[in-house]
Design a binder for this molecule. Structure first.
Ligand code: GLV
Length: 369
């Protein structure tokens, strides 16, 4: 390698940083666990770094690209979601940005499924009962019962990578599956899942016949016992099919009063004030959230209301937070590995320097011939 590249990382991404250094890169890592202030990112970018490693907490927009004009060559984000990066601005300044799709698909989907299970079977409430020494007897139905998941109907809102992985988990629990996606439908995948379901039933492995199909959002919400959200966050100006506040008073009221909502996508897809009301007023039975309109979740959030505590599971943006998924240096296994490999591809001109051929670059459209 001839040039020594300079990189600033807004957080530590583990061993992958050392691997960059071993390649001769000059890497500075922001030492705090909290995100750096934007002013510091601007200062570092202005100082002439070649690459910026970001997290979903960093706002990356025209101001940042302007600060790095002519010098900043790549932004590499350790996340699949990139709603914090202004794509139009990146394209205007012709800076490719990386995300870490695929490697967190199964981890995120399994966590969404575990959240659903914990919520439906009241696992948190049950453990509290024991720990608070209120487990006084075994009884057929007291002090409470949970809802089974097996054999129920789930709506998968968003059938991209993580939505499809969630479908696989749900199919394993013999669930009926309603699929909805405003932008991308994978009918071949849905057909294959139906074939597997039919085979399991024919061979006597599954007792009942179950099904999977695409439908409208309204029908999915009206019929489902569980609703799991897997769409990217897209605001009005960013898409013909925006997802901002897709779950609002109107759509929450469509759900059954016995139904549960699970969100592992992005917080602003759900109107939290409407959701808190839906839980307080029993429009729906419960919700499990891993993402919030504002993160970390503020102390005065209505979602923390003790009146809905047993029906509202809250997790700290944790769905991809598994060891290999987050930190493996292997770009086919870990977010850190993939993020750093994407950065290397751009800076070292892999793929003949053709950004449109680099697998982890998101905004390829800005680099077409
Ligand atoms: C996490 O939320 C991610 O987008 O990777």
């Amino acid at each position: 390698m001839t040039k020594k590249f300079r990189v600033f990382a807004t957080c530590d991404v583990g061993e992958s940083i050392e691997l960059l250094r071993k390649r001769g890169y000059d890497v500075e890592v922001y030492p705090q666990p909290k995100a750096p202030p934007k002013s510091l990112i601007l200062e570092k970018v202005k100082s002439g770094i070649d690459g910026l490693i970001t997290t979903l907490r960093d706002p990356i927009d025209a101001e940042v690209f302007e600060a790095g004009k002519g010098k900043l060559r790549v932004v590499a984000q350790i996340a699949v979601g990139f709603d914090n990066i202004n794509r139009a601005d990146a394209n205007r300044y012709k800076v490719p940005f990386i995300h870490t799709a695929d490697v967190l698909t199964e981890a995120t989907a399994e966590f969404a499924f575990f959240m659903l299970g914990a919520l439906a079977r009241k696992m948190w409430t049950a453990e509290h009962l024991l720990r608070e020494n209120k487990w006084d007897y075994w009884h057929p139905y007291l002090p409470f019962l949970g809802d089974e998941v097996t054999g129920k109907t789930i709506a998968i809102i968003g059938t991209g990578r993580i939505g499809l992985a969630m479908i696989k988990k749900c199919a394993g629990f013999d669930m009926n599956i309603l699929c909805y996606d405003p932008a991308y439908q994978n009918h071949a995948f849905v057909k294959a899942i139906q074939e597997i379901k039919d085979l399991l039933q024919r061979r006597g492995i599954a007792k009942e016949k179950t099904w999977i199909k695409y439908t409208t959002l309204d029908d999915a919400l009206r019929e489902a016992d569980f609703v799991s959200v897997h769409v990217p966050l897209l605001r009005e100006r960013e898409s013909d099919t925006p997802t901002y506040h897709l779950f609002n008073e109107r759509t929450l009221r469509m759900m059954k009063p016995t139904a549960f909502l699970v969100n592992t996508s992005r917080g602003p897809v759900v109107d939290e004030a409407a959701l808190a009301r839906a839980l307080r007023e029993n429009w729906i039975a419960g919700a499990a959230l891993d993402v919030y309109e504002k993160e970390p979740l503020p102390p005065d959030s209505p979602l923390r209301d003790l009146a809905i505590e047993d029906r509202c599971r809250l997790y700290p943006h944790f769905a991809s937070a598994a060891k290999i998924t987050r930190l493996s240096t292997d770009p086919n296994k870990g977010m850190a590995g993939r993020c750093v490999q994407g950065l290397i591809d751009v800076l070292e001109g892999n793929y003949g320097g053709d950004v449109t051929k680099m697998p982890y670059v998101v905004n390829k459209e800005a680099f077409g011939k």
